[in-house]
Design a protein around this ligand. Structure first.
Ligand SMILES: C[S@@+](CC[C@H](N)C(=O)[O-])C[C@H]1O[C@@H](n2cnc3c(N)ncnc32)[C@H](O)[C@@H]1O
Length: 328
């Protein structure tokens, strides 16, 4: 055990910094987080020498490290105490412009440039395959799932016509609660299996025209690929407005106008897509305002009609902003 009195604490650290190699290592790790191999290259020392000195510096909390895959990354400890900082600044001032330290600095820059070149070389050849590689490594929805973290985590959201619950599962980590409603017991049963671990999702059987939710109980409602099944959209939108709080937000995602008549037979579609003028008129009729209709980017692998998103706000009082904003 170290005796700290009557000696000053600073004396304890003199021994670690009495070695020029350890000072060079600290100088390098102050500039950049590096591996043992990179330090050995930059300081032109055997890896065994570097490792031995790193251990001494780590034992005395001059440096910190973290493991990543097969590598361990070292950096100057971010929380040096006042004595250590004062001592290091003295040593750095004295040693910083010595040829050894200047050469170390130049070689560290070269090590970093080589790292960057490795990344650039990868992306120079991977650009053609990156989308497929990313999808295969992380799934096709990774970026959009992450972007949902932009949502306010206090939101209470309705996933109305939730189907098998894919959207509810994506929303659940990012909002306070999801009320998922669907008319089909079979779809709800699949949703229930998918959402078993999501404790902030409530599933209910019901229709858009008579939602099993209280007045003004939602901050936001989503109708994802469901409105084209609804015989009387204005009636359904009125009930959606009822369950939204004043100024609450509505998101409709559905198909743009298309000509696939066979979907009526095959999947029970009532509407062959929606154009912005018709949809906006319905939304105003149902008490929504500030409508925005945006065609969505086309997925080259998708075989169905192209999609749009339409957002609107629950009008407060009787005033409705009849402006339609579209991006066509
Ligand atoms: C094409 S699926 C889309 C499901 C889900 N929103 C999605 O994006 O995967 C349409 C869903 O709407 C439901 N649905 C159709 N008409 C409905 C209505 N009037 N009220 C509630 N749900 C309805 C169906 O049972 C079905 O689960």
């Amino acid at each position: 055990m170290r005796v700290t009195s009557p000696r000053l604490a600073i004396h304890d650290h003199l021994v670690e910094l009495a070695d020029a190699t350890r000072c060079r290592l600290l100088g390098a790790l102050e500039r950049q987080e590096l591996t043992v191999g990179e330090l050995a290259t930059a300081l032109q020392l055997p890896q065994s020498t570097v490792s031995r000195h790193l251990k001494i510096l780590a034992d005395e909390h001059w440096i910190a490290s973290r493991a990543e895959g097969a590598s361990r990354w070292y950096r100057r400890h971010p929380g040096l105490d006042a004595d250590m900082r004062a001592l290091w600044e003295l040593v750095r001032t004295a040693m910083g412009s010595t040829p050894a330290m200047l050469q170390d600095a130049a070689r560290i820059d070269a090590v970093i440039a080589a790292r960057r070149a490795g990344t650039q070389a990868f992306f120079a050849t991977a650009s053609a395959e990156w989308d497929a590689l990313r999808d295969s490594m992380f799934g096709a929805r990774a970026d959009v799932s992450a972007a949902l973290a932009l949502l306010d985590d206090a939101l209470i959201v309705g996933d109305l016509g939730c189907g098998t619950g894919a959207l509810s599962a994506a929303l659940s980590p990012h909002v306070a609660h999801v009320y998922a409603v669907d008319a089909s017991p079979a779809m709800l049963s699949a949703a229930s299996a998918r959402l078993a671990g999501c404790h902030n999702v409530t599933l209910s059987e019901g229709t858009l025209e008579a939602l099993p939710l209280g007045d003004a109980s939602l901050d936001a409602a989503v109708l994802m690929l469901v409105l084209h099944h609804v015989a009387d959209p204005v009636r359904a939108l009125r009930d959606v407005r009822r369950v939204l709080r004043p100024n609450g937000r509505l998101l409709i995602a559905d198909m743009r106008p298309h000509t696939q008549e066979r979907y009526r037979e095959q999947m029970g579609h009532v509407w062959l897509g929606f154009d912005p003028l018709e949809l906006t008129a319905w939304l105003h009729d149902a008490g929504f305002t500030a409508v925005r209709y945006v065609p969505l980017p086309v997925d080259p692998a998708a075989t169905g009609p192209t999609l749009f998103s339409a957002t609107a706000r629950c009008a407060v009082g009787s005033r409705s902003d009849s402006t339609l904003r579209t991006q066509l």
